[in-house]
Design a protein around this ligand. Sequence first.
Ligand code: ADP
Length: 488
Amino acid sequence: MGQVFSRWPSAAPPLAKDPRPGPEDLPAWMLAAPARPWPGKARDLTAAGLLVLAPAALAALGAAAWPGTAAIGLALLAAAAAALAGAMAARTLAALKASEERFASVFERAGISLWREDWSAAGAAVAALRCAGVSDIESHFADHPEELRAILAKVLIKDVNAFTLEETGAPDKSAYVGPLDRLLPPTDQTFVQWLVAFGRGERHFRSEAHIACPDGTEIDTLFTARLPENAAGFSDIVVASLDITEFKRAQARLAAAEVKLARTSRIMAFGAVSASIAHEVNTPLAAITANAQAALRWLKRPAPNVEEAVAALEDVASEAARARDVVARTRSFFGEAAMELVKVDLVRAAREANLFAEAEIRAKGATVHLTAEPGLPPITGDLVQIQQVFVNLLVNAAQAMAGCAGRRDITVGLQRRGEVVCVTVSDTGPGIEPAQRAQVFEPFHSTKPGGMGVGLAICRACIDSHGGDLWVEEAPGGGAAFRFTLPI
Ligand code: ADP
């Protein structure tokens, strides 16, 4: 299964590799025999016709060649053969009709929403790309979003079952029948995953999507389908759709409660840590003040006592060193000491972060595209900190574009540059003025109402503690492009 409760593809290997030697790892369906030129029913009718006509033609030929009794016998034989063939053809047609009725009945009576869709254009487009040597379908469409939209417009819903109409209250099938793009909002991230699954030759596809019903209400749905085994199958894919809106709402409520809880416990932890730092630093500070005052008194005497003043100043120096140690210890506690180092697959970390931030990203009308160089090596780092960096950058990008007209695209790109992996999170928002670029990383700098202004400062601290760099540039379209590096 290539796609389980995720908007981005899983790392599972494709299931339907072609066993024959042939073009490099093309899925089996692209290599399967071409589609039969005529649909099944017409073919069966023609075959039946041939069965009936052939004996008649034989009889006519026989009568011409051997007139008389032999011809009569041959004609009788031919008539019997024709009658038999006719009966067989009628039985075949009846069986075909019964099978079609059974399918229609199962389709209509199923207790789940079923859609019949024509993906021929999408299948042909993916096959053309794969045959032209494009293996990373997702990156290709991230670079050519207009191509993706053109393909989407050609995917057609041919039919929906009765359950679909009952569940959504649609008056009739015509509300659904037509191009699929009417139902997918511009923020959709799942369509391209169908194409990725086709290109990988997967046998099944499963994905959550957020769709707009014909009456305008938006719902979360889980699409699941068995993918075709040959090119002809793309003209009739049966997709099951399960409404998971309530489940997603409950999930979102839980996530919001968790975030609130985490925030409260962070504030409490901040309070406790500040109190303990204040307590630890206060003692040396009090000693410093007392010793400095004593030194002044010794020196201000009519006969200054330099020896006592020196002793007091020595105490000042050692108490100051103690205060410095307290600060250093605290920093190391929140820095490397608190890191849990593991091998981190950055592509996976980016995908997971996208899921964590999904609700906020969607609420701001933004779409995330991921492009990753194949075969990126893992880095050693703290997974939670790295995900935190991705989440902060994704959410900031979505928030920055919230008021923008036009497309709101966030592109996450990962490439290897020598001994580091370079990650870029760019958006199509207003960008950041060159004069402001250093300031945004300062703690408590925020231009958002209610913003704390610590997100980017935390990101920079996380990346610094991994031995990398984080900075911001202008994205090609004028938005902001946050880049960070992590050593491999
Ligand atoms: P906060 O999000 O609480 O404001 P951050 O430290 O994450 O704190 O961000 C600091 C500031 O940097 C933001 O208030 C915003 O002005 C600016 N900023 C961050 N990301 C972007 C972005 N993608 N585009 C434009 N401005 C941004």
